[in-house]
Design a protein around this ligand. Structure first.
Ligand code: HEC
Length: 103
């Protein structure tokens, strides 16, 4: 029984783990950003208004530079002010790829 559980867990989580090693997809990241982040952040140069006085994604991209690991770490553990949309590692990879593309 326990063995079965372990096998099941491996089957369920292995694809996600494999994907996490791969580069994110900026186009998907943009869709996620527009859905989950645009209420507070300006997530693209075309967006004209956001509700809060928060760094834009362009500013975040400029500030982060090539340190994408720290951006990834930040998004894996959102701070309290930020709503937690329950991002998967794949979502985070896509978001980081999108933000990096704004530089
Ligand atoms: C409810 C409003 C809100 C939403 C939604 C939101 N954020 Fe934020 N975010 C904030 C605020 C406020 C800050 C700055 C507060 C702080 O740094 O403690 C912040 C800070 C950040 C920072 C750190 C910027 C820095 O100082 O380096 C990143 C990166 C970020 N948000 C990314 C995202 C992403 C990606 C999403 C969508 C998945 C998102 N945020 C959704 C409010 C929000």
């Amino acid at each position: 029984m326990q063995r079965l559980a372990v096998v099941l867990l491996c089957v369920l989580f292995a694809p996600a783990a494999v994907h996490a090693q791969m580069k994110g997809d900026p186009a998907t990241g943009r869709v996620i950003a527009e859905r989950w982040c645009s209420a507070c952040h300006l997530v693209s140069p075309r967006q004209t208004s956001a509700s809060a006085d928060v760094l834009t994604f362009m500013a975040i991209a400029a500030k982060t530079g090539s340190d994408l690991k720290s951006l990834e770490a930040f998004l894996a553990d959102p701070h309290p002010l930020m709503a937690d949309p329950g991002l998967t590692r794949r979502d985070i990879g896509d978001l980081v790829a999108y933000i990096a593309s704004l530089r």
